[in-house]
Design a protein around this ligand. Structure first.
Ligand code: ZN
Length: 675
């Protein structure tokens, strides 16, 4: 008896053994294929019900098994699970490719799609139909055979190039090390960082200290190391990954990726790769993204220039520097920040005992959305540390199951995330409620101290909980449109907006009490947190915008004629650079976000999401941060609606207007600086 192949409501963790996964996957895939075949072979005329809805609800068991398995692989993995993941991942991509390439299935979908005007579909139904149709057409289902063939070639070529790009960046990162044997060369580094560098050296049986290009080694060195020449060396090494004209060089790969993406987009009838990508984003068009980035640039640049002047002046006074260089940025910024704020995590932590913060975020959810969280002990879980809650609304209707897993363990990957074990959907007159999980890596308690969070961890908890609310409050018919299944540049709104409550007195009063004395966090501390959060916001904004503009330069125009990566990049950076140009470095050759990961034509979404969350929170602030009417509008038009409609429409219904950049500029302190 394989517990994964029996019907289950909550995931049956205690009954699952590793050897259950693979047979369960194989069986569920076979069942799902049979469901697809039944749709394709149906003799009746294709209809929304017998094709689109049937496809939507096919493979549900496979989805549940996948979510249990891959969630475990992130939160509580071991070598055996990792091995199974290696084995089943290619089978799963083959399975989904087989669906996308299934011509009989596409024929039926297209039949329904072409008749959509006469079908009298609801908004959600039309969205589902369009989404299903697009998942085929965007993969070439409408193309003639020869072009289909070319598309497959491009896809396979692109996936190889992206892999090579990433491998080169990794190899460059691993290849470099700075070996220091003179104590003066590590002057400035805090004791802990020095120790870490000494350990790195020891592990390689070397004397002294080793500094590498890995973030945990690179970042502290750039921030604290006094020796300017060494900072320069490290900074140039970091900035020139994939740019040495050797076997790990990525210039050719960059050009090939950009050109193949363009060719692919054109094959499918789009002007550029960015047009193709943005069709399924809230921003919709490259023109809109570029307009957005340029508007922010115009408004942030004066502040950035002022901050740069201020930092230059500070470095001059402190060390007589004539010209601030890239390798000075982090070092002097840290010094200036210390001088201005002197804000230490250790001062804040006693006010943020984990249990208090959890209760705090629950109270915020109760005040806003009338949710009640009841801890329960009868739900099967994958580790004893996991907490489980049942969530109810005001009328005691069951809303969701909520798992919370807060501490690092061997077998859990780093970072923090929200995920689900079961999507919300409606079927046969029943509203099936979701099972949502938050996973974090917060310091655990010790025998003498409870778990105390840094302020950054507090905002992380609120952030992931915001994603969690998006899942918990979902109220749609179709699972693939439910909860966080929204356009990429919309998904961070519910999470980021929640972070805003962490800075508000009215919210902090609910939970930020000293764990020993019960004293409320002093408001001058809160004020300091707010001010330090916007420290050098102009320069930071300019940096983000430069990446977004570079991304759009590569993807929103015909790249056929580009030959020189560095020259092209320098041109794209015009207007966003404060520091002197360094000919030795190149950003594009290590810009993994856009050339390896999924952020091509999407880097702007970081800023886009900030604009949304600032604009949404401003609406709360104007009317009171716990205003029930505004909260209901947010729940009814955003949190519960998933991807059932275009996000801009949803947002406008909540806010009464399109988002504006002003709220972000004000929150970031960029408005006053513009005088
Ligand atoms: Zn997020």
């Amino acid at each position: 008896m394989n517990p994964l192949l029996q019907p289950f409501d909550t995931a049956p963790f205690s009954k699952i053994k590793n050897e259950h996964f693979k047979p369960a996957f194989l069986q569920a895939m076979e069942d799902a294929r049979a469901e697809i075949d039944a749709i394709t072979e149906n003799k009746e005329e294709p209809s929304f019900e017998n094709t689109i809805v049937a496809l939507e609800f096919s493979g549900q068991q496979l989805d549940r098994i996948s979510s249990v398995f891959f969630n475990l692989n992130s939160a509580e993995t071991n070598e055996e699970i990792q091995k199974i993941a290696q084995e089943v991942s290619p089978l799963l991509s083959e399975f989904s490719n087989d669906i996308t390439l299934n011509e009989g299935l596409f024929k039926r979908i297209k039949y329904v799609f072409d008749a959509r005007e006469d079908l009298d579909l609801s908004l959600e139904e039309s969205t589902l139909l369009e989404k299903k149709y697009k998942s085929f057409s965007r993969n070439g289902a409408n193309l003639p055979e020869d072009k289909k063939k070319r598309l497959r070639e491009i896809d396979s070529e692109l996936s190889k190039l992206k892999l090579t790009f990433g491998e080169n960046v990794l190899a460059e990162t691993n290849k470099y090390e700075m070996h220091l044997t003179n104590e003066e060369d590590v002057a400035g580094l805090p004791e802990g960082e020095k120790e870490a560098a000494a350990q790195l050296a020891k592990a390689k049986e070397k004397e002294g200290w080793l500094i590498t290009l890995d973030y945990p080694s690179y970042i502290p060195f750039m921030k604290y190391a006094k020796n300017r020449e060494l900072r320069k060396e490290l900074s140039l090494a970091f900035g020139s990954k994939g740019f040495h004209n050797d076997e790990l060089d990525n210039q050719e790969n960059v050009l090939k990726i950009a050109k193949l993406r363009h060719e692919r987009a054109q094959l499918l009838g789009y002007e550029t790769h960015a047009h193709f990508v943005l069709e399924e984003r809230m921003a919709e068009t490259p023109e809109k993204v570029q307009g957005f980035l340029n508007e922010l640039l115009l408004k942030a640049k004066p502040a950035a220039e002022r901050e740069f002047q201020e930092l230059s002046q500070f470095a001059k006074e402190l060390d007589g520097l004539d010209q601030l260089q890239k390798w000075d940025a982090s070092y002097y910024s840290e010094k200036l920040k210390q001088k201005l704020f002197n804000l230490d995590d250790e001062i804040l932590k006693p006010y943020f005992k984990l249990e208090n913060v959890i209760n705090g975020v629950f109270k915020v959810a109760e005040k806003l959305f009338d949710l009640k969280f009841k801890e329960v002990n009868n739900v099967d879980k994958y580790h004893e540390e996991v907490l489980t809650y049942e969530v109810y609304d005001q009328k005691d209707n069951f809303i969701s199951l909520f798992y919370a897993d807060f501490h690092p363990r061997k077998g859990k990957r780093g970072g923090a995330w929200m995920t689900s074990y079961k999507s919300q959907y409606k079927k046969d007159g029943k509203n099936i409620r979701p099972h949502i999980s938050n996973v974090c890596n917060f310091t655990r308690s010790t025998s003498s101290k409870p778990s105390l969070l840094t302020f950054n961890e507090v905002t992380t908890l609120f952030h992931e909980f915001g994603h969690g609310l998006h899942g918990m409050l979902a109220n749609t018919t179709y699972p693939s449109l439910s909860g966080t299944s929204v356009y990429w540049d919309f998904v961070e709104l519910p999470s980021q907006v929640m972070e805003n409550w962490c800075y508000e007195k009215e919210a902090l009063e609910l939970f930020a009490h000293h764990y020993e004395t019960g004293e409320l966090i002093p408001m001058e501390l809160v004020q300091k947190i707010k001010e330090s959060a916007t420290f050098q916001e102009g320069m930071q904004t300019l940096r983000q915008l430069s990446f977004g503009l570079l991304d759009m330069a590569w993807h929103a125009q015909d790249p056929t004629a580009i030959e020189d990566v560095k020259a092209f990049e320098t041109l794209a950076f015009t207007g966003t650079q404060l520091y002197p140009e360094t000919p030795e470095t190149c950003m594009s050759t290590a810009f993994s976000h856009i050339f390896q990961g999924g952020y091509s034509s999407g880097y702007y979404s970081y800023k886009w999401a900030e604009v949304l969350d600032a604009d949404a929170f401003a609406y709360f602030k104007e009317n009171g941060i716990f205003n029930k009417t505004i909260a209901s509008k947010f729940k009814d038009n955003v949190l519960s609606m998933g991807g059932t409609e275009n996000p801009m429409e949803l947002y406008k219904r909540f806010r009464g207007q399109e988002p504006k950049v002003e709220a972000l500029l004000e929150r970031a302190g960029l408005l006053e600086l513009r005088k």
